[in-house]
Design a protein around this ligand. Structure first.
Ligand code: ADP
Ligand code: ZN
Length: 629
């Protein structure tokens, strides 16, 4: 897009109203969107006025627009620093689809290609330049930028500066050089990681003391949060996929590489389009699977947390956790990869006592110092609190991120099917008493047997059929006792030893319960509901749609696939699902009407409008099929 096509740039004396109009105009004409989301407008205004900004926004919140739009409006090139080389190609392609002049500089370019990009930068022929941090920090690139006209710097994934985080990149520590060498150029730092420690590190290390902080709503209302008791992982996963996501793209997270392989193989054998991804695979195979996930429709990736940063696919319909994540932050970031397009998506987790034992063991074996371990333990406990809550899950999550949400959300499992609670004080005391009477040397299965009076050889052999706890809990089933023990662990009354045997030991807080000093409300685990209504196989369409809508939806997807293949781009770079959905419901019949659809800017209407109209007209009741046009 030529900047001269817009009103001439006089940043200093531009009237605010005029600027607002310009922003809206570009939003509409270039990006095809009606309105700004959340704080986008405020952030962009800040940057257009020449100020720095620190943007905390959840994944899918719309961060890119915050630097892309001002880069189009300000004179000079907007420099985007990103560690995700693999994504630059797609981002640049997507921008070019919108008619923006974009390029990237990274190690995948030949010297000749890189030189051409450098010439474009210097000639002022680019709106946006994506560059890897190591590339940016070379003398050559810094000198190039010093000779060129610059619109802004956007430091994406700014949490990579944090030495505490798992995405740490050493080069990020040197990005303060931008502040020193280019003091007049506005800088934006952007991240989806929100905890206070990381925030402080970003401000300090990137020298963002003068940046205005924008914390966007962390709520992701289209994501439905659910946690199920783990009984049979594979059967539960199969049921979830078959009944709710038979054709959708999604991510299945597992803790270990081995399990990742196992689940991926099993799913593939069951006929699903599933691929593994973990750090133990060779780089080429990993990249291949990531590319297929990104580019094909309906791929399920089974991955460890190694898979994540840099997944920029808007139509991920579910994120399934087969093991509990490390912390609430990790969980939020992982689930945040679902439903970036704003359409309904599921965050679905299986959780059981075995997970807790495993996490404790990993913590116990970690070589980190005590302070670090203590933080990790607190984080794990917060996550367990989330898993066990009888209240709204979204409220728990948002409270964790410091946001208030007075009303329950209505879109999580506990809101949709309220969990009953019961006074578990007596049961808790019996359970703790049983653990104590047997010497705090046993795991949950054994203790449940003792409580229910199940005489197996082991119990008999150790003489535990003669203690008073034996058979003292016949009012509950073994399964119900297991639920009590799990909750006592989550509540911190028992700890699971990190020894690998799942030995349960009583904590000081547990001693208080045992002495009858504390009441213990517990939740009743809902039964797994097999009869849950099957969702439509058709992706992302409301249940009110007609068969004709479904057929049109399929036809539009088919067209998108063809266009994507022709352009050698992932389908979502051509149109998002949300755009297809609007087309299905609104059925525009003219190029002008197409412009009303979210996601269709001038350039896309020009390029793809005729093909879209051809498909749409074939489905219109008021128009004859366009046979001779
Ligand atoms: P983030 O980088 O914060 O994870 P993105 O920048 O990828 O999020 O944006 C997420 C999705 O929201 C993208 O599909 C983007 O096109 C869309 N989006 C961003 N801003 C708007 C807006 N104002 N109106 C409609 N859709 C938007
Ligand atoms: Zn809720």
């Amino acid at each position: 897009m030529r900047k001269t096509a817009l009103t001439p740039m006089t940043t200093q004396c531009r009237l605010p109203q005029e600027q607002t109009d310009q922003m809206r105009d570009v939003l509409r004409r270039v990006f095809g969107y009606d309105r700004f989301r959340g704080q986008q407008e405020a952030i962009i205004s800040r940057v257009l006025a020449g100020g720095d900004a620190f943007v905390l926004m959840p994944t899918g919140g719309g961060k890119s627009l915050c630097y892309q739009l001002p880069a189009l409006l300000r004179p000079g090139v907007g420099v985007v620093i990103s560690p995700l080389i693999a994504l630059m190609q797609d981002q640049v392609s997507a921008l070019r689809q919108l008619g923006a002049r974009a390029a990237f500089l990274n190690s995948t370019l030949t010297p000749a290609e890189a030189q051409r990009v450098e010439q474009q930068v210097e000639a002022g022929a680019l709106d946006l330049l994506y560059v890897a941090p190591e590339r940016l920090l070379t003398d050559r690139t810094l000198a190039l930028l010093a000779r060129s006209s610059l619109a802004l710097f956007a430091i994406d994934e700014a949490h990579c500066v944090s030495q505490w985080g798992h995405d740490f990149r050493e080069e990020y520590l040197f990005l303060a050089v931008l502040h020193e060498r280019f003091p007049g150029i506005p800088r934006l730092a952007l991240t989806a990681t929100a905890d206070a420690l990381t925030r402080r590190e970003i401000v300090e290390k990137l020298r963002l003391e003068d940046a205005e902080l924008f914390v966007a709503g962390f709520d992701r209302p289209n994501i439905r949060y659910r946690v199920e008791q783990k009984t049979n992982t594979k059967a539960q996963l199969r049921y979830f996929l078959e009944s709710e996501h038979p054709r959708d793209a999604g991510i299945v997270y597992c803790l270990s590489r081995r399990k990742t392989e196992e689940i991926a193989d099993w799913l593939a054998a069951e006929g699903w389009n599933a691929l593994p991804y973990h750090a133990g695979m060779d780089a080429a195979a990993r990249q291949r699977n990531q590319d297929r996930f990104q580019r094909e429709d309906g791929v399920i990736i089974v991955a460890t947390i190694a898979f994540g940063m840099g997944i920029d696919k808007p139509d991920v319909r579910f994120v399934a956790h087969l093991d509990i994540p490390k912390s609430v932050e990790a969980y939020y970031q992982e689930t945040g990869r679902a439903g970036r397009d704003g359409l309904p998506a599921d965050a679905w987790m299986l959780y059981g006592l075995g997970d807790v034992a495993l996490m404790r063991r990993i913590l116990a074996q970690s070589t980190a110092d005590e302070a670090h371990k203590r933080i990790e333990t607190l984080k794990l406990n917060a996550l367990l609190g989330y898993c066990e809550t009888a209240g709204c899950r979204r409220q728990v999550l948002l409270t964790y991120f410091g946001e208030e949400r007075p009303e329950p959300c209505g879109n999580c499992d506990t809101c949709l099917t309220p969990v009953e609670t019961w006074d578990g004080t007596l049961a808790a005391r019996k359970a703790l008493f049983c653990a104590r009477q047997t010497g705090q040397r046993f795991g949950v299965t054994y203790l449940c047997d003792v409580l229910t009076g199940t005489l197996n050889p082991r119990v008999a052999g150790l003489g535990h059929d003669r203690v008073s706890a034996f058979g003292g809990g016949k009012e509950l089933s073994g399964k119900e006792w297991a639920s009590v023990f799990r909750q006592l662990v989550a509540l911190g009354y028992l700890t699971v030893d990190g020894d690998g045997h799942g030995t349960l030991q009583i904590t000081p807080a547990g001693m208080q319960v045992l002495r009858g000093q504390d009441a213990v409300p517990l939740r009743k685990d809902p039964l797994p509901r097999r009869e849950r209504k099957r969702r439509r196989a058709m992706l992302a369409l409301e249940s009110t749609t007609t068969p004709a809508d479904a057929a049109l939806w399929e036809a539009l997807r088919e067209l998108r696939k063809e266009l994507a293949q022709e352009a050698e781009l992932p389908p979502f770079v051509i149109f998002h699902d949300s755009t297809l959905r609007e087309l299905t419901l609104a059925r525009p019949q003219t190029l002008e009407e197409l412009k009303e659809i979210s996601g269709l800017g001038d350039r896309k209407v020009q390029r793809y409008g005729p093909a879209l109209l051809e498909v749409l007209r074939g489905f219109s009741e008021n128009h004859r099929p366009a046979s001779n046009e």
